[in-house]
Design a protein around this ligand. Structure first.
Ligand SMILES: O=C(O)[C@@H](CO)OP(=O)(O)O
Ligand SMILES: [Mg+2]
Length: 427
């Protein structure tokens, strides 16, 4: 089935900022849409998101990238088979010609790439997860859900970006949602009753008003207990420190506490927290250039805690390969727009899995109403999904989509929950 037309236009993301929607129309008039997300705490090694910096008050519109879809990408891809995802992605990479997709924009390329995948699945009349996974994906992911937001997502109210929960005791996907909703609302009540909740952060977690980065742990533990769960057994804490944002090349800084740390001191703080609290997973505990700390931390905790590289790897195959060779972590955060095509994203997931590491499929802080990543998680049997909180529709659409995927898989659906960690912990 051939591509008949590729169109693009500006839509708006969950933060109310412009982004791209691409419409791919096939010769049978079936359409697939690619809606592009956008990060706030972006890694320096990410593919480039093209924005019209000089245009308008905020310089965030994406008309240049839209023009690139219409004038450069569309003429090249129209007439080609929609089922050749890898070839089509490679053609766009070639057309761009840069290392980080800075000529056409990763947002332009990704919109087309996602639109192609969706049109292809629709044309075959199969669900997207089945198309992307070539029929081999059936694992419903364990959720990583944000309760409190900080860092770049909450105007630096606190410095740690994400305090999340993982329902490690859940026996089913439904149960993860049930447990999370109890804890999410419980944490909100605890914070409000103490006058510590200012509102809702970018990803829907509570926006805290604390003077230090450790107070949220107490709220967590209280909310877990209030909901009738045992911390460390039923539910565990997961953190995204997003520490590239805290590092100036020499020291780490907690702005909300007016406190600085040497690399050694920050390492010790991470160790202290991991020993003191029921933490199952830590993302970006160190900056994307602080390889020594990554290595040392993985050596010490790599068989007890999931250690995820986000800014460290930026879904980039070469960086992931380097990380595997040097044992810098044991898991990789996977974001489509960090690399810019669907097929490169799937290759990054496969590489991660082939090393015995865990991929965690992730949304961005600026999201859309699309649930592509829910399908991607199931398609690749990734086992984990991170989508921000539990209280905004652009997040819920992803959690809810997994319920539908599970129904559509019927008795073929699998859920292994926290058993997924055995993969890294037995090594
Ligand atoms: O750091 C992250 O993992 C993501 C999602 O929480 O944030 P952003 O999209 O802003 O990079
Ligand atoms: Mg992160």
């Amino acid at each position: 089935m051939r591509i008949k037309e590729i169109d693009a236009y500006q839509i708006y993301d969950s933060r109310g900022f412009p982004t791209i929607e691409v419409e791919v129309t096939l010769e049978n008039d079936i359409k697939g849409y690619g809606l592009v997300p956008s990060g706030a705490s972006t890694g320096q090694f990410e593919a480039l998101e093209l924005r019209d910096k000089e245009k308008g008050f905020r310089g965030k519109s994406v008309f240049k990238a839209i023009g690139n879809v219409k004038k450069i990408i569309a003429p090249e891809l129209v007439g080609k088979s929609v089922f050749d995802q890898k070839d089509l992605d490679e053609q766009m990479i070639k057309l761009d010609g840069s290392k980080n997709k800075s000529n056409l924009g990763a947002n332009a390329i990704l919109g087309v790439s996602m639109g192609i995948a969706k049109a292809a699945a629709k044309s075959r009349q199969i669900p997207l997860y089945e198309y992307l996974g070539e029929g081999k994906g059936n694992l419903i992911p364990l959720n990583e859900i944000q309760i409190l937001g900080g860092g770049a997502h909450a105007a630096w109210a606190i410095d740690i970006q994400d305090f999340l929960v993982i329902a490690i005791g859940a026996k089913s996907y439904e149960e993860t949602l049930e447990m999370t909703y109890n804890i999410y609302h419980g944490a909100g009540e605890v914070m409000k009753s103490r006058g510590k909740c200012v509102g809702i952060a970018d990803e829907g977690g509570w926006w805290p008003d604390y003077n230090n980065n450790e107070e949220p742990f107490e709220v967590f533990l209280e909310a877990i207990e209030r909901a009738g769960y045992v911390a460390g057994k039923d539910v565990a804490i997961s953190l995204d420190i997003a520490s590239s944002d805290l590092f100036d090349g020499e020291k780490y800084h907690f702005r909300s506490e007016n406190r600085s740390f040497t690399k050694e001191q920050f390492y010790e703080l991470m160790v202290e927290w991991c020993e003191k609290y029921p933490i199952i997973s830590v993302e970006d505990p160190f900056a994307d250039t602080d390889f020594d700390n990554w290595k040392r931390f993985t050596k010490a905790f790599g068989t007890k805690i999931q250690i995820i590289g986000d800014d460290l790897f930026t879904t980039n195959i070469e960086r992931i390969r380097y990380g595997i060779e040097h044992q810098l972590a044991n898991a990789v955060l996977i974001k489509l727009n960090q690399i810019g095509t669907v097929s490169e994203t799937i290759s990054a997931i496969r590489l991660t899995q082939s090393a015995g590491w865990l991929p965690v499929i992730s949304a961005r802080s600026g999201e859309t109403e699309d649930a592509f990543i829910s399908h991607l998680a199931v398609a690749t049997n990734a086992g984990q999904l991170k989508v921000g909180s539990f209280a905004r529709s652009e997040r819920m659409v992803k959690w809810n989509e997994n319920l539908r995927i599970q129904r559509s898989l019927g008795s073929n659906a699998r859920f292994v929950g926290a058993e997924i960690y055995e993969e890294i912990f037995r090594q």
